[in-house]
Design a protein around this ligand. Structure first.
Ligand code: ADP
Ligand code: ADP
Ligand code: MG
Length: 659
């Protein structure tokens, strides 16, 4: 066995790899960026080495820097995890050139599958069905528009170098084609440094079903059954499961055969995933699935396969990399029960799932029978804007699908996260969605049900806000009583008290100005025989039990109600109110990212909803639109600039004011 491994990755996957490596007796070596200096995986590893500043391009993507650490530390192998350098053929080559074992396929196999167009052509030759479409080299808009017409709408434009659902646009009619093409090319260029796209038929009622394959250096290739990853948003997986609901033995055999053929066609070694799209209109049929791409690495969702096979895929990766033969044949493998994984993300479902970064003031998982948690963070850590905002993967395994979903819902229900907004409530809603539970779903399921799943602005929660405000009032009272045992003076009590001359004794009813979720809200504070109470005129607190969890976060109180967070602060009139300083015409960066395009100039008249600019973050484009009609009076940043969350970008003088 290999005696040591450098993990060229971060977060949960670095932790997960370290765990297996350690069990196998290997010395573990971490590399980290400045943003991760205190991260869980850095503490877990036997040794850790800094490789650069936070941006991945200056740290986790630097081949030479990582190879240098591997050489210095005498690492026998490098495990690339997923993302970052995992699918870079040059990285595999650099390992080989330095006598380091790359835990992954040969560079030639990575290269053969690296571009979606070439990969399609190659597997098609090996007899694997592919989605009808154009995957040649011509890129002129007129030509591709013509191809789209021949293929027939709807079509999908895809970056040939794509990954992670980026650079992909569905087009339903010819009128939208040119704009979609330009946007896909721009995204592809900025995310992958390669603007080329392919155009293919958009499969109707699509089910994403992928096959986990494993190959060794002795010519053995097996598949470890399928995973269904059809619950997606923006072409990115949200919930994955194994096996696929509605799968027949005949279809499984056909897909397994196609996947192992595809792997053989490129001389594959190690763990890989062959992704297929199945036309689910009449259930799963063996003649209606098509190759999409092969991911030449360990997949994020590999734990569901581990659960149903009882195998440790990372251990198998190490064994194969060390030259061992696979310890089983296809006939030895069987499916045990059902497993489901949910990706818990720091993102705000009520704001279009924008990543939501910041300190984790609380993080507690619901453990239980059949539950596995893969995470790379703990309470007190910070989710930074630099990398994937995943907090954890919650995996449930049970004898049946229904039980697995119940276990998953139970674990999610028992999970507490405070600080960043998360998709916890959304994931729970998904677990309970009846059509999904009945196995009636496709990749459009989430989009079609987005409101029912609660991913829409849901407004003010008076019960949560009142509980948070009350906790703050009690905290302040204690603080003041403690710090000033003699007479209470307004100055000592903090700015917000001064505002209305409030005193602990005396006034029975007073206004209590708050900031709830960044908005000014007026509450009423009353002292009755039972002590203080907070209420909101016009927003009665609904009757009944409120299951609330309160988490203190510096000056704020974070109130969790069924996974939904409301932050409450006491209003401080002396603090600068950035939220409201500039009125409605201020357009701010929705998140930390890069300003890639500005469509307006100072002096331009705009209508409400007009496109103003594009901010790119997490390799995704976010279009900023005018919040009101008016005139552009200021553009505060140049295209190409890095902008922080909340940064002032464009100012519009609203119509009335402008005239
Ligand atoms: P796919 O969606 O193609 O099946 P995965 O779901 O495994 O692939 O991951 C999607 C992509 O997102 C990966 O290829 C990787 O580039 C990126 N990614 C996801 N999570 C991370 C992470 N923690 N660090 C870096 N990249 C990540
Ligand atoms: P990526 O490299 O970004 O993972 P994929 O080619 O794997 O790109 O596609 C990502 C997702 O987009 C798929 O899981 C599926 O939901 C959707 N998709 C891809 N191709 C098609 C298609 N031809 N028809 C319908 N949906 C598709
Ligand atoms: Mg994919």
């Amino acid at each position: 066995m290999l005696d040591s491994v450098l993990i060229a990755n971060r977060g949960e996957i670095a932790c997960r790899i370290i765990r297996t490596a350690r069990r196998l007796g290997m010395r573990t070596i971490a590399v980290y960026s400045d943003a991760d200096a205190d991260a869980m995986f850095v503490h877990m590893a036997d040794e850790a080495h800094r490789i650069g500043p936070a941006p991945a391009a200056e740290s986790y993507l630097l081949v030479d820097r990582i190879i240098a650490v591997a050489r210095k530390t005498g690492a026998a192998a490098i495990h690339p995890g997923y993302g970052f350098l995992s699918e870079r053929a040059e990285f595999a080559e650099a390992c080989a050139a330095n006598g380091i074992v790359f835990v992954g396929p040969p560079a030639s196999a990575i290269r053969a599958m690296g571009l979606k167009d070439a990969a399609k052509a190659l597997v098609e030759k090996a007899g694997v069905p592919v989605v009808p479409g154009y995957h040649g080299s011509r890129q002129e808009p007129d030509f591709l528009r013509q191809k789209a017409y021949e293929i027939g709408y709807p079509v999908l434009i895809k970056a040939v170098a794509g990954g992670g659902g980026k650079g992909m646009k569905r087009v339903d009619k010819v009128a939208d084609f040119d704009a979609a093409l330009a946007s896909a090319q721009r995204e592809a260029q900025s995310a992958f440094g390669d603007p080329r796209v392919l155009v293919e038929k958009y499969v109707l009622s699509p089910r994403h079903i992928e096959i986990q394959i494993f190959a060794d250096t002795h010519g053995n290739v097996v598949h470890l059954f399928e995973r269904d990853c059809s619950l997606q948003r923006r072409h990115q997986k949200v919930i994955e499961e194994a096996p696929a609901p509605g799968m027949t033995e005949e279809m499984r055999a056909a897909m397994g055969r196609a996947a192992t053929e595809a792997a053989r066609a490129v001389g594959y070694v190690g763990a890989g995933t062959v992704e297929f799209i199945a036309d689910g209109r009449e259930g799963l049929r063996p003649d209606r699935f098509y190759f999409m791409e092969m991911n030449t690495r360990l997949q994020v969702e590999h734990p569901v396969t581990e659960a149903i096979t009882g195998l440790d895929l990372v251990e198998l990766q190490f064994r194969v990399a060390a030259g061992e033969a696979l310890p089983f044949t296809q006939e030895d493998l069987a499916i045990d029960g059902h497993a489901v994984e949910a990706r818990l993300y720091a993102e705000d479902p009520e704001k279009g799932f924008l990543p939501s970064t910041g300190k984790l003031w609380a993080l507690d998982f619901g453990e239980g029978e059949g539950i596995r948690i893969d995470t790379g963070v703990a309470a007190g850590d910070t989710v930074t804007p630099f990398y994937d905002p995943m907090i954890a993967k919650v995996i449930a395994h049970a004898p049946t699908r229904a039980e697995a979903l119940d276990r998953l819902a139970g674990a999610l229900g028992a999970t507490t996260v405070a600080g960043p907004k998360t998709n916890l409530a959304f994931l729970k809603a998904l677990c309970g969605a009846s059509e999904f539970r009945e196995g009636r779903f496709d990749t459009g399921f989430i989009d079609r049900n987005i409101e029912a799943l609660g991913a829409v602005p849901r407004g003010f929660d008076p019960a949560a806000a009142a509980a948070g405000a009350l906790a703050l009032v009690n905290r302040e009272s204690e603080r003041i009583a403690f710090s000033s045992s003699s007479s209470l003076r307004d100055e000592e009590a903090g700015g917000w008290w001064v505002d209305d001359g409030f005193q602990l004794v005396g006034k029975r009813r007073t206004g209590l100005p708050l900031i709830v979720e960044g908005e000014r809200v007026e509450a009423v504070l009353e002292y009755g025989p039972e002590g203080p109470a907070v209420s909101f005129p016009g927003h009665p607190v609904p009757e009944g039990e409120h299951d609330l969890t309160l988490v203190e976060a510096e000056d704020a109180m974070l109130v969790l109600a069924s996974g939904r967070q409301t932050s409450v602060r006491l209003y401080d009139p002396f603090a600068v109110d950035l939220e409201h300083m500039d009125g409605d015409g201020l357009v701010k960066a929705p998140m930390h990212g890069k300003l890639v395009a500005v469509f307006v100039a100072v002096g331009d008249a705009v209508e409400k909803g007009d496109r103003l600019a594009v901010v790119e973050a997490m390799k995704m484009e976010h279009v900023l639109v005018a919040p009101c009609a008016g005139t552009v009076t200021e553009i505060a940043a140049e295209p190409g600039a890095q902008v922080g969350e909340g940064a002032r970008l464009i100012v519009i003088a609203a119509e009335e004011a402008a005239t």
